[in-house]
Design a protein around this ligand. Structure first.
Ligand code: SF4
Ligand code: SF4
Length: 350
């Protein structure tokens, strides 16, 4: 059997430490009324060079992004508090020329460091990868179909060449393609993406577009969400691809939720992940309104504040049931549901 860059390696022990620690923290958090967040999620900029129809952020211009010093202060605090991992996203995080300093601070703080990018600047602004454990690169279709979705000519070619560059120069960094399933793609395009990931030996994660998470102030956003029935049909076929050995990393727990057309789960994600927007705001999940701004405040004070505790505890009543990130899996794990534990363990050991 050929050696894959995704096979078990010494570096992946760090991931297991992260996963085991995460499960432990979930249990700890479950037993207490006080949340013990473990994932530090920061939108480092709202600026972007793409213009996707489904983007909630394109009304923002990146003028109120947190400065590097403020971000690094928060990261260092997150490390000291005991957060396990970080994810930096946008907008387009590689538009920040100081992004490598940010990922370096995260690695130094002991966080398993992830970054999500549209891929355009992967080669030009590549130093972030020296300090990054895992990168998510958006790719929704192959060729011009992807360029059209992202409204940026040539982005598919740049994503592919950027991925090759990073495979060569940063062999230890895990690379995930992040493919958004929406009304702008069909199954054949999705299969092409899966084939590409298999051919170039990288991993694939599907997200589902949910327009009901939209902010009130978001402008020119098109509803590209698929009907429950169509989503279910696509995910039946995605599950089949996974069985055939395509490198799909969504858990069966996640896939089955969509196949079975479920539209509600009790969400505990806000207790697990501290999500901070580019201007320092934290938003209430259920109505998307800001309730705390973290600027010039200590992270420890924020997460021990009663407003924060009450807000994140109340999120389990949220009816949005978004499944776009790890909210569903993490909530299943938090509730110690066996199908969630089993399918996440399957992913962990493969
Ligand atoms: S790449 Fe992401 S941040 Fe940029 S426009 Fe598209 S959805 Fe928005
Ligand atoms: S389902 Fe969870 S992560 Fe999604 S908006 Fe509601 S509380 Fe937030």
């Amino acid at each position: 059997m050929l050696k894959s860059r995704n096979n078990m390696s010494f570096e992946r022990l760090k991931y297991y430490r992260n996963l085991a620690g995460g499960a432990f923290e979930c249990i700890q958090s479950r037993l207490s009324k006080t949340p013990k967040p473990l994932c530090f999620s920061l939108m480092v900029t709202s600026k972007c060079n793409c213009d996707c129809d489904f983007c909630f952020w394109k009304h923002k211009k990146g003028t109120d992004d947190l400065p590097k010093e403020e971000i690094i202060r928060l990261i260092e605090e997150a490390g000291k508090i005991g957060y396990m991992d970080s994810i930096f996203w946008g907008g387009e995080p590689l538009l920040r020329q100081d992004i490598a300093e940010i990922t370096r601070a995260s690695q130094k703080a002991g966080l398993y460091t992830k970054l999500a990018t549209n891929g355009w600047f992967l080669e030009q602004n590549s130093d972030f990868a020296k300090y990054t454990d895992l990168v998510f690169v958006s790719l929704d279709a192959i060729g011009q179909a992807h360029d059209k979705i992202r409204h940026l000519d040539g982005i598919c070619a740049r994503v592919m060449s950027g991925i090759e560059y990073h495979k060569l120069h940063f062999p230890k960094m895990r690379i995930y393609v992040c493919c958004t399933v929406s009304s702008q793609t069909d199954f054949n395009q999705i299969k092409d993406v899966a084939q590409y990931c298999k051919n170039v030996d990288i991993l694939l994660y599907f997200t589902v577009n949910k327009s009901n998470q939209m902010l009130d102030e978001a402008k020119n956003v098109k509803d590209t969400e698929l009907e429950t029935e169509q989503l279910s049909e696509i995910f039946i076929r995605i599950k089949d691809l996974k069985k055939q050995g395509y490198p799909i990393r969504n858990s069966d727990y996640f896939i089955d939720y969509i196949i079975n057309k479920k539209n509600y789960y009790e969400c505990h994600w806000p207790r697990i992940a501290t999500v901070i927007y580019s201007d320092g705001n934290m938003l209430r999940c259920y109505d998307r309104k800001p309730y705390i701004n973290i600027k010039n405040k200590s992270l420890k004070d924020v997460i021990s504040n009663s407003v924060y505790i009450d807000t994140v505890n109340k999120c389990k009543e949220c009816k949005l049931a978004c499944v776009g990130n790890y909210a569903l899996d993490a909530s299943g794990l938090w509730k110690l549901e066996w199908p969630a534990i089993k399918s996440l363990m399957q992913i962990a050991i493969t």
